[in-house]
Write a protein that binds this ligand. Sequence first.
Ligand SMILES: Cc1ncc(COP(=O)(O)O)c(C=O)c1O
Length: 487
Amino acid sequence: MELKGSSNLSTLASSNDHGENSLYFEGWKAYDNDPFHPSRNPKGVIQMGLAENQLSFELIEDWIKKNPQASICTPEGVQAFKDIANFQDYHGLPQFRNAVAKFMGRVRGGRASFDPERIVMAGGATGASELLMFCLADRGDGFLVPSPCYPAFDRDLRWRTGVQLLHVECKSGNNFQLTKQSLEDAYENARKANIKVKGLIIANPSNPLGTTMDKATFKMLVKFINDKKIHLVCDEIYSATVFRGPRLVSVSEIIEEIECDRDLIHIVYSLSKDMGLPGFRVGIVYSYNDKVVSCARKMSSFGLISSQTQYFLASMLSDEEFVGKYLSESAMKLANQHDLFTRGLEEVGIKCLESNAGLYVWMDLRPLLKEATFEGEMDLWRVIIGDVKLNVSPGSSFHCHEPGWFRVCFANMDINTMRIALGRIRKFVVQESDQVLQVKKQKRTSKRSHGLTLSFSSQMYDETCSSPRMLSPHTPLPQSPLLRART
Ligand SMILES: Cc1ncc(COP(=O)(O)O)c(C=O)c1O
């Protein structure tokens, strides 16, 4: 008998916990329906919601050309084809684990070393995070997560495992830094709600903040989990995106400096951001707990990295000269692109949280909110997507507790596209902030709501779209009222 709708699916499959209805993914859909292209669709939506590192591909392409033997599908490499195509051991190729362990140490400035025997493969950091939840928590158990946080944690950590995420509120007042009090509060709230807290997960560097955790905070946090006897999962997927000081402090260094039960410490890593290879699905679980390593290794059968990819990466990551050059040039390019973008925003009075890592900035649009609520944030976001034609991600999708913050990615586009995006933002801010100021003034004088609808004709941005040459960041622009209001 044919069942209707989703009633013939499992409870898990038909649940909403995937989080696909999040606004974070909504923005991607808007982009997919009308993607920007400089000549074919110059008025389309520019993708600024995707944390991809596309700035250093030519370095990798160059290495591939010089090392044809690293690929098993070239005349130079084909003699390895049979062995590699047959390889299916879930421990992974020894040379791959060695190369990844060495690479992880190098990315952390040689201040920590990693044991290849503890490297477990997974399908990206996505698979690695879920795998760890599977090993550490039972259905219904809670994991603390400082927020704002990576939106897809909802999917990766909860969906199939039934783990609950308990958000630890971080505030703009101290630049969203984690405090002992907020951790204690979240832990106590969970206890009152009869939720068993099994751990804490952090992303360091942070997505969406683009900041690295300072040593003092990190030590406080490790002491906290150690006292409570709960696990600490550190997602260090953005380790090599740190483009200026303060340098990255990895949990692997902290546990060398303070006493703690190492069985509680686990790292999630991936090459999706640091090497810009999300399509390769290279995820790593690195646990200091032998039992977790053993369980995770068995589980990794469900998300192995293809042996072809392992073979290729083992060769590339073992080339120390290349790795050194890649890491330094990639950081330099990220710094340049970040600075170009944030300077462009500053010219119109838009501030971002000061950051030193990541592929995005955390943009403060609070002054542009018609009202300081999440509805106000939504209204503004809809205008930015629909009329300004930029896919940026609203803070609410990162579980931010304060409305008005947006994450904007800058490393997935070339400089010309970024200039077009900046041009659109400038035009928008000039007009928008005039309207916001006007509304606020009217509200003050008449104390009457005029129900302003934040709807702008996309024609307003046509000039920007059709004349990319005008869009140098040095182009003189009318001074933004946002700037005038602030200076
Ligand atoms: C903090 C964080 N963790 C995990 C992931 C998922 O990475 P992967 O592509 O390796 O699955 C992302 C991707 O954006 C991320 O930002």
